[in-house]
Design a protein around this ligand. Structure first.
Ligand code: PGA
Length: 242
């Protein structure tokens, strides 16, 4: 289903509510959460709602992706962004967070380590953003749907767009990411896009199936919804979402 919200604020509030619902209802809540600009407001709202929630002690977090070669202490690392936007605001046990180490000398083992975290129990709630090139996590266009984590070469779009996360020019060549198949296997997935700059890629995703973009592979599943604010949906004809 595609849901269009009047504002980014409304979209973020709906996502925060849903995160709280899943935290409370899933016996073993496992969240896989995107970093980046899109979910920031949702995390602020969720943190405010969930600050005193006893179920937080049950929550486990599984890493979605990370830049290869970037220390987690870097403010632009995926961990660094999630830490600033969410982890630091809530009493989450660091031991309950399984995150890719993009500086590991053995990235294959990192993939296996994160894969093993979801081998015995599914991700119960995933929140994904949409890249300017239609990627999900760091599943770049052209990559097959994988049921395991992998190290991927970043597209030029991703390398350029990601500079916004860093305060100095940063060389990014590879990423490490959960596979699209693993994300799709979550019990519930919300894919979000906000802002005018996402309008064009959102239109491509929803109207040009031949583009064969990663985000398109998440369309048409009953447990996966696309949440758009009015700006991200501004290039869509009304009938696309009917
Ligand atoms: P953004 O990134 O939320 O910062 O726009 C989304 C993505 O690249 O997946």
């Amino acid at each position: 289903m595609i849901r269009i919200f009047e504002s980014g604020d409304e979209l973020s509030a709906a996502i925060a509510d849903e995160m709280l619902l899943h935290l409370r209802k899933d016996p073993r809540p496992v969240f896989c959460l995107a970093s980046g600009s899109t979910p920031q407001a949702s995390y602020a709202k969720f943190a405010a709602l969930a600050k005193e929630e006893p179920r937080l002690s049950q929550l486990r977090i599984v890493s979605l992706d990370e830049w290869v070669g970037i220390e987690r202490t870097s403010e632009g690392s995926c961990y660094g962004m999630l830490d600033a936007d969410l982890f630091s605001r809530l009493p989450i046990d660091p031991g309950a967070i399984a995150f890719f180490d993009g500086t590991s000398a053995d990235l294959q083992r990192e993939c296996e380590r994160i894969d093993s975290c979801i081998a015995h129990g599914p991700i119960t709630f995933s929140l994904m953003g949409i890249g300017m090139n239609g990627h999900i996590g760091l599943n770049e266009p052209g990559l097959p749907v994988l049921d395991r984590s992998s190290v991927v070469r970043l597209s030029s779009t991703t390398r350029e767009v990601a500079q916004k996360y860093f305060d100095h020019p940063t060389e990014l060549d590879f990423g490490i990411t959960l596979g699209l198949g693993q994300i799709a296997a979550s019990k519930r997935v919300v894919v979000a896009a906000v802002g005018r700059k996402k309008a064009s890629i959102v239109r491509t995703i929803l109207t040009r199936p031949e583009a064969d973009l990663p985000a398109q592979k998440l369309l048409g599943h009953s447990h996966i919804d696309f949440y758009l604010d009015a700006e991200a949906a501004s290039e869509l004809e009304a009938n696309v979402t009917e």
